[in-house]
Design a protein around this ligand. Structure first.
Ligand SMILES: [Zn+2]
Length: 303
């Protein structure tokens, strides 16, 4: 590749996957123009040398973001320039290394800035959403992303034990008003485990990814299973707690280079390293133990 010629990056298209790629692409675009295959142009607004190439063939939520986003600067697939094809699936499933290490190796770049800046107008949208919530009564806002089962990409093995997130939410409701977020189309996806442990919800994709990122940042605490919320929380600097299930061990998706000051997690021990999307993993930890760790984490941030 010539020193400063543009490059085309074709990587994973999931929201979480794209957040993981940002620090590496940030480095590359400091030297050359980068055409990125994406369904989320919101992710690239803070990098001047990026051209978004509309990724078709994506999953439902990706296609939906393309339709709704107010973005008209799409570029066609560039011709005559090199394409970097990025995939960490192989490294990941063979347990050789985590996502950050794999991407760093493939891009040949360090991960030295994981931050994704939230646009002021997204903060306004998120603040308006919070203001619209009824029955808060002075409580803190907690954002929960309930674990789900997606028909398009089923991966229940990595979801948390279905008792744990509801237990944490129910036990803290005097102090925290829990608001569930997600983008669930009941034809393709359902919540894995109990429902109704939240008092308000935006579960039909009411918030676009920028407003969602701002909402995580505005909230007092975020609670989820491993999913896009994990890299998103690290990138925007939200305070967040993650409950792991099986299959995806924290060491594959959490790396100190992401900035971990404001996140905490718990995983079952022993951990099921089955590497199977649909294994019925043993996820044995007591909900009380997860709650104690969650409360201890929150105490760290008390004024
Ligand atoms: Zn398993």
């Amino acid at each position: 590749m010539m020193a400063h010629e543009p490059v085309h990056v074709a990587g994973h298209l999931g929201l979480g996957d794209q957040i993981y790629m940002r620090p590496f692409i940030r480095r590359i675009q400091e030297k050359r123009q980068v055409f990125v295959e994406t369904s989320f142009p919101q992710l690239w607004w803070d990098m001047p040398n990026i051209k978004c190439v509309k990724a078709d063939g994506g999953l439902r939520t990706q296609a939906k973001n393309i339709r709704r986003v107010d973005f008209c600067d799409w570029h066609g697939e560039p011709r005559g320039i090199n394409t970097m094809r990025i995939s960490y699936a192989h490294d990941h499933t063979n347990k050789r290394c985590g996502i950050i290490a794999s991407l760093s190796q493939q891009f040949q770049q360090p991960c030295d800035n994981f931050e994704w800046r939230v646009k002021p107008e997204w903060m306004t949208e998120a603040a308006d959403f919070v203001k619209s919530l009824e029955g808060r009564n002075g409580r803190k806002i907690g954002i929960v992303r309930p674990p789900t089962y997606r028909e398009e990409w089923p991966c229940p093995s990595r979801n948390s034990d279905p008792r744990v997130i509801p237990h944490i939410a129910q036990s803290t409701k005097d102090e925290i008003m829990w608001v569930a977020i997600g983008d669930i189309d009941p034809r393709f996806e359902r919540i894995d485990g109990d429902e109704g442990y939240w008092e308000a919800a935006a579960l039909k994709g009411e918030l676009h990814v920028g407003a969602l990122a701002a909402l995580l940042l505005l909230a007092d605490i975020v609670l989820a299973s491993p999913c896009f919320v994990l890299p998103m929380s690290c990138a925007v600097g939200a305070r967040a707690f993650f409950v792991f299930g099986g299959y995806v061990h924290p060491r594959f998706v959490i790396d100190p280079r992401m900035g971990l000051e404001k996140i905490e997690w718990i995983e079952p021990s022993p951990f099921c390293n089955c590497v199977t999307n649909q294994h019925d993993c043993e996820k044995s930890y007591r909900p009380e133990k997860a709650l104690a760790k969650f409360n201890e984490f929150r105490r760290r941030f008390r004024d």
